[in-house]
Design a protein around this ligand. Structure first.
Ligand SMILES: [Zn+2]
Length: 407
């Protein structure tokens, strides 16, 4: 009997792989192009990034998406950042394509496509990173590929879903979520027609033992209703993080009261280093994650109501994306270059909010230790335990304040 079951399973497996929705060949093709040295690491506003934008726009066109930027598929925006200490104004561009099913509501499917370029912008962790190409295969050619392949699937499945889909690849993420912030401020479709946003940031390094990390779990009950069964079908382990505020573009939509969910295969030793290359991608793993996401979109279509938005104030469940035992529940402003940790957003009912810390505050000291950069902050967090109370010194405008924070 056991043998019979095994052979049926083997047969089912074989049939399944023939009928796979997502093939590894196109996934590999996109990632190998986007993360090739030719694109020089897709630094925001660089020529390499423009070439990546052209590649994405021509794929959107070939798939049959409608242009939904402000200049065709592109939504240019001005970015200011320092190169070798000098501030410059440059132009980044989001790439936006619309699959119009004539529905009243739209689901946004996004990923950032910029990376660290040649180490002159963003936060390389490689020693001597200047003038070295950071290919960013996992971060985030993998997520960009997810957008392209999901667009191809939904445009080509001969089904008119009950939602429209807006596919966006964002620029400027590595400089502080700039592209998604710009889109959320200047949306090309009304924000109140968006029923949810699905983000993919680093989905290329699936380790079957560790599984995937799903963030934004607490921003709508629908994620907890649909995802567990779909993950089981793909044999994917997962851990969840309830917060809608995190270090990627879903945050910009969450802060506009839109339910968000983001997929991530976890950190690794090549993160933000020149060694984040296509040969280390788990292509089969990415295909199974994309199958899960496509089935999630189909599941949302079968729901009788649109996902209800919740402020994700409930405590993080499962493991979080960081290695710390404690966090403040803040979203750092990654574009801030001054001293201290500037806060861009505060999660509901987490230690920072309870202590009265606000967006715009700059934390200069925590637990008696000065914070120069975000790395000091991370180091200090690693030294504390849950339940501990420490003092935080912060700058609010011209005022210096001291508050008590309980982790
Ligand atoms: Zn990323």
């Amino acid at each position: 009997m056991r043998y019979l079951i095994l052979s049926i399973l083997a047969l089912a497996g074989a049939v399944e792989s023939f009928g796979q929705r997502f093939q590894t060949a196109p996934i590999r093709k996109h990632i190998e192009f986007l993360a090739s040295d030719d694109l020089e690491g897709r630094g925001t506003a660089s020529l390499g990034e423009v070439r990546a934008a052209n590649y994405i726009a021509s794929a959107f066109k070939e798939i049959g998406l409608k242009p939904a930027g402000t200049k065709g598929y592109f939504q240019p925006f001005e970015v200011s950042f320092a190169i070798d200490g000098e501030a410059h104004d440059l132009t980044g561009r989001n790439v936006v394509g619309f699959l119009d099913n004539g529905a009243p509501k739209t689901i946004v499917i996004g990923a950032h496509y910029d990376h660290l370029g040649k180490g002159f912008q963003g936060s390389s962790l490689s020693p001597d990173s200047k003038n070295k190409i950071h290919n960013g295969a996992d971060d985030n050619a993998s997520g960009t590929t997810g957008v392209l392949e999901l667009a191809r699937y939904f445009a080509g499945n001969n089904v008119k879903e009950k939602h429209n889909y807006l596919f966006i690849t964002f620029s400027g993420e590595e400089l502080g979520l700039l592209g998604s912030k710009h889109y959320a401020e200047k949306p090309t479709l009304p924000l109140n027609t968006f029923s949810a946003m699905i983000n993919m940031d680093m989905i290329g390094r699936l380790d079957a033992q560790k599984g995937i990390i799903v963030s934004g779990w607490g921003t709508s009950k629908v994620w907890g209703k649909l995802i567990p069964d779909l993950a089981k079908r793909q044999n994917l382990k997962y851990t969840v993080d309830s917060s809608g505020v995190g270090a990627s573009d879903h945050t910009s939509f969450y802060l506009k009261n839109i339910p968000v969910v983001q997929f991530f295969t976890g950190g690794h030793g090549d993160y933000h280093k020149v060694s984040d290359d296509p040969d280390k991608i788990n292509y089969e793993g990415e295909a199974s994650i994309l199958t899960l996401i496509s089935e999630l979109l189909e599941g949302l279509d079968k729901e009788t109501a649109e996902p209800e938005f919740l402020t994700a104030g409930n405590p993080h469940s499962g493991t979080t994306t960081s290695n710390f035992k404690v966090t403040l529940g803040v979203m750092p402003d990654y574009s801030y270059t001054g001293k201290g940790l500037k806060i861009d957003g505060v999660s509901k009912a987490r230690p920072a909010e309870k202590a009265g810390i606000l967006a715009g505050d700059i934390i200069t000291k925590l637990g008696g230790e000065p914070i120069g950069t975000i790395y000091d902050y991370m180091e200090i967090l690693g030294k504390h335990e849950k339940g501990q109370t420490v003092e935080a010194e912060l700058q609010r405008g011209s005022e210096t304040k001291v508050v008590k924070v309980t982790f």
